[in-house]
Design a protein around this ligand. Structure first.
Ligand code: SF4
Ligand code: SF4
Length: 176
């Protein structure tokens, strides 16, 4: 989430229209479900190479600061290390940080109490960018190895992240 550094200058040649993205991604839900089933049969190495290539292309022309949909609609998990690092940065006790901002979900993980994320600023920057949770740093995970193990997450993210949506649409063309 907001992986683009505040100071970085990104090329951005796509209009980030979240409303049309939400509609478009929902309309593709059935098709994507079928496609992700097909992906389970693809060679892991080939899948990683192709997705990483498409990820790099996509993020070369994506400016997360014009989107922030992940920070607005889904929250990261907060590990104990995340909580300790962020509360230190905020100069508050970890227990106070957890009480104020977090709740425990059905999987017993710490997640945000409210969305959009409390640390998202009006201009879509992250107010705790340098110490943000690991899950935020890694989102949307399309540059990680072993993509095959992440297929259900990536499928879900086609409806959260416009960049992932495009990566998967391009993957369909690559694997045709
Ligand atoms: S901490 Fe919040 S605002 Fe910052 S990147 Fe994560 S979800 Fe976005
Ligand atoms: S949803 Fe995707 S494109 Fe939008 S800010 Fe998050 S990572 Fe960037």
């Amino acid at each position: 989430m907001l992986r683009t550094s505040i100071n970085s200058i990104s090329r951005f040649n796509k209009i980030m229209n979240l409303e049309s993205f939400h509609l478009k991604s929902k309309l593709k839900r059935k098709e994507n479900k079928k496609f992700f089933r097909h992906l389970k049969k693809i060679n892991s190495k080939k899948l990683d190479q192709t997705i990483h290539y498409l990820h790099n292309n996509e993020f070369e022309c994506t400016d997360c600061l014009k989107c922030a949909n992940c920070c607005k609609t889904t929250g990261p998990l907060f590990t104990d290390r995340d909580i300790s690092r962020i509360s230190k940065f905020l100069k508050i006790k970890p227990s106070l940080f957890a009480d104020k901002f977090l709740k425990v979900d059905e999987d017993h993980d710490y997640v945000l109490k409210t969305l959009p994320c409390s640390f998202l600023l009006e201009d879509n920057r992250c107010s705790i960018y340098d110490v943000r949770p690991k899950a935020c740093r890694e989102f949307p995970h399309t540059d990680r190895i072993k993509q095959k193990q992440l297929l259900s997450l990536t499928q879900k993210n086609t409806e959260v992240c416009p960049a992932v949506f495009n990566i998967i649409e391009n993957l369909k063309k690559e694997l045709k």
